[in-house]
Structures are given as C-alpha cells and as structure tokens.
Write a protein that binds this ligand. Structure first.
Ligand code: CA
Length: 219
C-alpha cells in the first residue's frame, strides 16, 4: 500500500518513515503543504497521514482542497494532544480519523490498518479463500491450517490485492504500491514476487487476468 506522509518536523518525519517502511508500506514523505498538493496531484495514494501545522499551506487547506476535488483517499490527521478544536475542524473538513502527538506508534499502525480496511469495504480483518487465510494485522498466513511466512516485498504485493478482492490491479499499479520515489525498480519485480507468492500460497489465490493484471478472488 502506498502512503503519503505530510510532516514538517524532521525528527517525527524520519521516525514515522522508518516505522512505516518497516511495516512494508511504500511511503513518500513531503514537508510542506504545497509539496503535499503536488504529490496528491501526481500520485494515487491509499492513505494520507497529514500534519495540520505545516509551512506554506496548512494541513486544513490541503485537506479541504483534496475533498473539494472529490478525492476520497482516507486521511489521518495528526494533531497535538490539547488541540481538540483543531481535531474537530479536521474531522468536519473531511478527515477520516486522527492521531495524537506524541504518537503511540502501535496505535498509529492500528488506525492505519483500520482505515485501509474500511476503505476497501471490508468489515472482517481476515481474508479467507479456499483454505488460504490471511490476517493483515498480525501478518499471519496459513494454507490448509499450515502457517506460511512471507517476505516484506511479497506482503507489499499481496496486501493491495487482498484489500479489494475481485478487482484487477495492473503490474504498474502493483509496482506503485511496492516502491516509493527513491527506490530502484527492476522491470520484472512484480512477476518475481507473484511467482514467490504462488509457490507459497498455491496457484489459485492470485489470478492472472491476461493482458490486464492480477486479482485475488472474492471470498
Ligand atoms: Ca507541524
């Protein structure tokens, strides 16, 4: 899944970047409101973590701009613990949830997972199909009851497919979930990870739609 992190504080930004990348998200980090607008215009994100106090253009106006364009990407705003009015204003302007600074990192990750799950229209956190069971929160995967472990990159390919069962994602769309701006991309990376996933999870979970891309079947 590809996330946009909008945070002007260097220390907080670096901490979150490390945390989110360790959780296998592809993350782009920008440090002011104008850069945030630029990134949001150029790229499709699965979720935005938006600080409200930003240089050049504040987070509220970035958020209002996004919703005025009818973009529905989930937005998690981050605000100071005592800034209740700011949080209320942010939620009313179209934010989906908020986190408080200083962050509780486990809570932040859980809120991200909840928003991604909700955006995909799934209430159940666990995906199951023909003996394959996947829990994105715990990263527990089992095939016919046998537990299987996936690499971080394999996760990064599987998760966006599981987020919308039945929907076809192209190789390029999957690449975008896998890498952020600075990473080098090898041309057959997605195929390589799909191949690895099929070996571990069986040939039926990830379906190839010829000439279009990949999907996982509906449960
Ligand atoms: Ca700030």
């Amino acid at each position: 899944m590809r996330l946009l992190l909008v945070e002007d504080d260097l220390m907080i930004g670096e901490q979150l970047l490390d945390l989110l990348r360790a959780e296998h998200y592809a993350v782009d980090w920008v440090r002011d409101g104008e850069q945030a607008d630029g990134a949001l215009a150029a790229q499709q994100y699965d979720l935005v973590i938006l600080d409200l106090g930003l240089p050049k253009r504040d987070g509220m106006s970035v958020l209002r701009g996004l919703r005025a364009q009818k973009k529905t990407v989930p937005v998690l705003i981050s605000t100071a613990r005592d800034a209740v009015e700011q949080r209320i204003a942010g939620l009313d302007a179209g934010a989906d949830d908020y986190v408080l600074k200083p962050f509780d990192l486990d809570e932040l990750l859980a809120r991200i997972r909840a928003l991604l799950r909700r955006a995909s229209g799934r209430a159940e956190p666990v995906y199951e199909h023909k003996g394959v069971s996947v829990n994105p929160a715990t990263r527990e995967v089992s095939v016919q009851g046998q537990s299987v472990s996936l690499s971080a990159r394999e996760w990064a390919v599987l998760e966006p497919l599981l987020a919308r069962p039945g929907l076809v994602l192209s190789r390029q769309q999957l690449e975008e979930k896998l890498y952020s701006w600075k990473d080098e991309i090898s041309s057959n990376a997605v195929e390589v990870y799909i191949h690895g996933l099929r070996k571990k999870l069986g040939p039926e979970l990830i379906q190839n739609v010829r000439g279009v891309g990949y999907r996982v079947p509906k449960e």
